[in-house]
Design a protein around this ligand. Structure first.
Ligand SMILES: [Fe+2]
Ligand SMILES: [Fe+2]
Length: 269
């Protein structure tokens, strides 16, 4: 099956968690919205841009979830690639009790995506009481300030040990696959341009390049990695790039990012 067909449907990445993004051969950046389904309810994470709304909603419908059952839309920062379709989501979900969840400082900008009559739907996440429970499932939020907005945070699903990391662990993915494929040779590879496994594409330089360009500086990235290192994670589901699975690959990429130089403004100093 070619990539276009393989990704022409929602993909289950863990129990009750679906990738509802899409593959385009020619795109600037692949975006990954995720749907968490539990019982009669669901939650959408980083729902996507305005131009991508139709295809993301089609994927949501293909999971079999009735959009009216979506209880919350979580936005882990305020960029247009994840927030652009908020108004469309509110329209189609037709749930008057739907919650738009984000950190306080993000609300200043997220409100510009939403008609004023709907601003009451925005519910601030209290980072000191940092969880959202629905249908007996709980997701927990961890603050990762300035990675890459002041109010950026990540979301953890305890049931599957999945971390939704927003732009962290993202990639420009010039050759995209939903899942990251690393081998033990990658952990000690001295030259990413000369793959010891003979592969013609190495995903690591695109991950490095993404963080150097998108994150504001090494300190912010190091702080985020310290926070994330303290969480028991089996899957990392980023908003761009590929899903990471397994503690070894995850640990390797955390170490890589925690020690990365030339991040953001650091490259100019
Ligand atoms: Fe962003
Ligand atoms: Fe993004």
């Amino acid at each position: 099956m070619d990539r276009q067909n393989r990704y022409d449907r929602p993909i289950r990445i863990a129990e009750g968690i679906y990738w509802v993004g899409f593959y385009e051969e020619r795109t600037n950046l692949h975006c990954n919205p995720y749907l968490i389904v539990e019982g009669e309810g669901a939650v959408l994470i980083d729902g996507g841009s305005r131009p991508d709304f139709a295809v993301v909603m089609t994927k949501i419908l293909q999971t079999g979830v009735d959009p009216k059952k979506i209880e919350a839309l979580i936005y882990q920062h305020y960029d247009p690639d994840l927030c652009g379709s908020i108004s469309n989501m509110i329209d189609i979900c037709e749930n008057p009790g739907i919650k738009i969840l984000s950190e306080t400082s993000n609300s200043v900008f997220i409100n510009y995506y939403i008609e004023k009559t709907r601003h009451h739907l925005f519910k601030t996440i209290d980072m000191d009481n940092n969880f959202f429970a629905f249908q007996g499932r709980t997701v927990t939020f961890f603050s990762t300030p300035y990675c890459h907005n002041e109010g950026s945070f990540v979301t953890y699903d305890k049931k599957t040990k999945t971390l939704f990391s927003s732009d962290l662990f993202g990639s420009f993915s010039s050759k995209w696959d939903l899942f990251l494929h690393l081998t033990k040779e990658c952990y000690t590879c001295p030259d990413y341009n000369n793959c010891p496994n003979g592969n013609d594409y190495c995903p690591i330089p695109d991950i490095i390049d993404f963080h150097r360009k998108i994150m504001p500086g090494g300190k912010a990235l190091q702080y985020a990695m310290k926070v994330i290192r303290g969480i028991d994670i089996e899957i990392i589901a980023p908003q761009h790039g590929s899903v990471l699975t397994g503690k070894k690959d995850i640990g390797f990429v955390i170490d890589l990012l925690a020690s990365l130089d030339g991040v953001g403004i650091d490259a100019y100093l």
